[in-house]
Design a binder for this molecule. Sequence first.
Ligand code: NAD
Length: 418
Amino acid sequence: MAPPATGSALDTAHAQLAAAVDILGYDDGLHTMLRMPRREMHVAVPLRRDDGTTEVLHGFRVQHNVSLGPGKGGLRYHPRVEIDEVRALAMWMTWKCGVVNLPYGGAKGGVAIDPRGYSIGELERVTRRYTSEIMPMIGPDNDIMAPDMGTDAQTMAWVMDTYSVAKGYTIPAVVTGKPLAVGGSLGRGTATSAGLVHVTAAALADAGVPLEGTTVAIQGFGKVGGHAAEIFAERGAKVVAVSDQYGGVRNDAGLDVPRLMEHVRGTGSVVGFGEADPITNAELLALDVDVLAPAAIEGVLDEHTAGAVRARWVVEGANGPTTEAGDALLAKNDVIVVPDVLANAGGVVVSYFEWVQANQTYWWTEQEIAEKLEHRMHQAYRGVAELARREDLSLRDAAITIGVQKVAEAHQIRGLYP
Ligand code: NAD
């Protein structure tokens, strides 16, 4: 594999792994095993467009590690999806599942497509063809998909249907994050955001700061950022700024999040919300707030932007929003970073609950799920924070170290075949 581009998601993921390997004192052989994805598929996805023309899209599925159980990870539709990004996202899923103690490895998939430029019918055809192309890799016991950027519960329903039709019977556990009507779990839609708010509250509590009354800025107003804004506001925090790919809005007195949600449902963007002033994404990242939650894309806090961050806590809703250089600048300025593999793990926790429920064909109540999620997120935060304190590590180094150690232990105990 060629070395990844400097500052890219895979470069960041490799640097984080190298730091953990250094802390754990592993040798080069084990380091290489932990860095290399176990399996990957590159597929061509031919699509018949509504106007009768044919387009061929690029798709990928990567299983970074499957030593502790099936691969688990989202499916991303974004125009800039490429193999190294998918490899990075798959690796982060491995460590994340370790941090929240799930019996999974890490996987990820993606198609290079801008879903906003395609009809519902075209997206259904892309999803079904992509699913059938990667069919040899997926299944409820070997690799389980979930929504990510640009995909949603409907996408998962199409994946589940395509897979089930091919096998001849209904197999709900092949995906998570699917609609309730076909075996989804209560609480899955808001799980990532709820988990993010739980760990934010725990990190603030460690510094003796209550969540109520703290100011929050959120980049990204999709499935993660939008619900996080709602939950932060419900829990008494003041959401003063949010943004999406089109721009942002700011109101220092606190945005009316339910009304903003209505505006986004109507227009497709936060831009133009009447009860706020416009703000750019760059300005949002540099706002003087207590908590900054990047919840959009990778690499937004880098050597050019991280030095301007004035928040005391950065809580990573997105995967990989901070590069290695960005991390160093945040650390230098005493900004506490609650890392992605911990902060956004609520989604995979409730995905796991959904998979367990589908396998046992018995569904839990919303309250049971909310309680189990909160318990697991607090436990994970405690584990990470205690290791960080004991060994004088950043929360990121502690979290990745926990994830890496779980996988390495499984490798060592299982032995190397043959
Ligand atoms: P989404 O597609 O629902 O929303 C993405 C949001 O980011 C949108 O508001 C979009 O406009 C905005 N955005 C995109 N490009 C941007 C840019 N250049 N600048 C500013 N904003 C931009 O996606 P999502 O599911 O909310 O995922 C967001 C992030 O969270 C991704 O990194 C994803 O991997 C991560 N994540 C998602 C989940 C989940 O359960 N959905 C779980 C864990 C992590």
